[in-house]
Structure formats: C-alpha cells, structure tokens
Ligand binder design. Sequence first.
Ligand SMILES: [Zn+2]
Length: 73
Amino acid sequence: MPLFEYRCMKCNHDFEELVAATGRTKVVCPNCGATSVEKLHSVFAARADASPIPVPAGGGCGRCGDPAGPCGM
Ligand SMILES: [Zn+2]
C-alpha cells in the first residue's frame, strides 16, 4: 500500500497516511480532525529522488563504470 504525506490546511500539521489503491479513503488530520488536507508527495518517490545515480563528467555509470551510461542499479 502506498504511503502518502499530507498537510492539514487548517492547522498545517504534516502527517503520513497509508492509502489503499482501491476504494477511496477519507483522509482526516490526526491533529484536529479536519478533512481539508492536501497531498504533498509519495514518500517512496521522495526517497528515490534523494539518491540519484551519479554520472561522471566523462559519461558512463558512476557505480559500475560501464561507459555505456548509467546502469540503473
Ligand atoms: Zn489539522
């Protein structure tokens, strides 16, 4: 199940919520109970963005040295 990060528009409380792929789950702020929350981003996507594959200036993969380019590992 994907984990999403939300921010309450009423009290600005940040919280994470597991949301099922099927069926709509009403997301409420655990701090004040407001239903007006905005989805910030997926926590998993944020982790992927935090560790990009290093690419050396000369091209190729910075992890395995493959000159063809980033290997994606
Ligand atoms: Zn709130």
